[in-house]
Design a protein around this ligand. Structure first.
Ligand SMILES: Cc1cc2nc3c(=O)[nH]c(=O)nc-3n(C[C@H](O)[C@H](O)[C@H](O)COP(=O)(O)O)c2cc1C
Length: 197
């Protein structure tokens, strides 16, 4: 069973670290995992040209193609984002927007896949939950199974506090606890609700 994790940070710092931790845990549990990052990628904005509605493929053939190919085979998706002005990063938003071409070709493309979110803010309450809701809204729109960490500890998912450094996120015991709980539940949901591709 394949899990694809996407880091929405243009840096290899706190967000990518947290995502890597989650994927390592899942790998130890026997899942196949793949990490993809927006870092150093060429990604064009969706320009609402509607080319995909007619041609069932995006007008732009850039670095997103390899990611979207792996989405097709994935049982679970993890979107991890730094918090930028109380929301997800612009890079990650573009990754989400451009999936319009995937659902133009197959409206059930994402149905039944399991999704969880990781958010990392420099401030303790810098908008992590708002960013988390953006990710879960994507899952909701596309008929995915949206997974948080469950009550008593993680609720909406893994929300971390980096204090703007990699060291900071490693020291965020509460955030790391949320990550552990959410990752565990995510793996359980994939086992329970999805089938091998
Ligand atoms: C443009 C920009 C906007 C940011 N806005 C917020 C914010 O609203 N809330 C917050 O907590 N941190 C904010 N930050 C800080 C980052 O979320 C924080 O440093 C995070 O750890 C970056 O992730 P990275 O280390 O994976 O790159 C912002 C950083 C940038 C560059």
């Amino acid at each position: 069973m394949l899990i694809v994790g996407v880091s929405g940070s243009p840096r290899n710092q706190a967000t990518e670290y947290a995502l890597t931790q989650a994927l390592e845990t899942l790998k130890e549990q026997g899942f196949e995992t793949k990490l993809w990052t927006v870092r150093a990628k060429s990604i064009k904005y969706c320009v609402h040209c509607n080319f995909c509605l007619t041609n069932k493929v995006c007008a732009f053939q850039d670095d997103l193609k390899e990611l979207y190919d792996s989405f097709a085979a994935a049982n679970g998706l993890i979107f991890a984002t730094p918090v930028y002005l109380g929301g997800i990063s612009a890079q990650l938003k573009t990754v989400l927007d451009r999936t319009r071409s995937l659902v133009a070709a197959d409206k059930n493309f994402f149905n039944g896949k399991v999704g969880m979110g990781i958010t990392v803010g420099g401030d303790r309450t810098g908008g992590q939950e708002l960013a988390q809701l953006q990710l879960h809204t994507f899952y909701l729109i596309y008929g995915m199974i949206s997974v948080g960490g469950g009550p008593f500890g993680a609720n909406l998912g893994a929300n971390l506090w980096s204090k703007d450094t990699l060291e900071g996120v490693k020291l965020d015991a509460e955030g790391m606890h949320e990550l552990k709980k959410t990752t565990k539940r995510f793996g359980e949901y994939i086992e329970r609700y999805t089938q091998k591709q």
